[in-house]
Design a protein around this ligand. Sequence first.
Ligand code: COA
Length: 274
Amino acid sequence: MSEKQFEHIKVEKNKENNYAIISIIRPEKLNALHTITLREIAEALEEMAFNKSVRCVVLRGTKEYTKKPAFSAGADLSIRGHPDIDPKNLMDQSHAMYIRQKYYDIIERFPKPLIAAVDGYALGGGFELVLVCDIVIASKRSTFGFPEIKRGIAPFNGGTQRLIRNLGKIRTKTMIFFGEHYKAEEMYDWGIISFLVDEDKFEDFVHQKASWLGNAPTKSLFVIKKAIDYGSQVPLNLGLQFEYLGYAINSQSKDVIEGVTAFLQKREPKFTGE
Ligand code: COA
């Protein structure tokens, strides 16, 4: 993996060398997101997309929190604009928003499984990050929400658009109009969280799921992810095309042969991601 030094994130590999962890390291601000933070996450993922030894990525807040546990408390409210952007120029403002959204898009398009490991606050832009991950593991003490309305702003890093696709109109408007915090348990009941775990089991659980995905047939997961993410945006007859094409791509993988052979030989498969 590259030796590139980042300012707002830390990138590590797990010991077994099959998944990577990206930690946001801004504990003094509860991991609030500057444009640099988002750009670095996107850059790290773009590099890992081509790295064969990374077969799953965990996105999380720093374990070494100094104030309160947080995945991310959203956009960094202490930063007022960018020196190059004229706050009165609507075109500049709109384009700056596009650039932030672009980073979320890059994160969402990562071709391998991306786990959001949430322990603590996942608010605003932090919640929007959760919405571009594939699997969400949350500790019971975590809190989710879109507080933007309380600051006179709006969740426009994809928040309105991605939440409605997950939750429907009524729940989306209720969350965004009132800006309240929601407990992880309620989010789990609403289907936003994949796994809800006790704090003391959180780290082991995240490792267990990331290891599983890091040892899984990576190419099968790639075509499954694309079929679900993009097939769901088009009519069924087009969505089914993703399955035909995905089947063809996956049929060339070594892991297909290994999976079926291992079954017939009554042993555990050893997938390589090839
Ligand atoms: N941007 C910048 N700094 C932030 C931040 C953000 N989004 N969220 C928290 N912080 C900073 C606080 O300013 C504080 O810094 P300080 O200790 O130097 O004063 C520190 O993180 C701890 O936050 P604090 O508010 O003292 O903790 P709390 O437990 O009382 O409350 C929150 C936690 C998350 C509920 C509260 O900080 C909050 O509402 N943050 C803003 C969330 C938000 O509106 N996000 C959407 C932005 S569009």
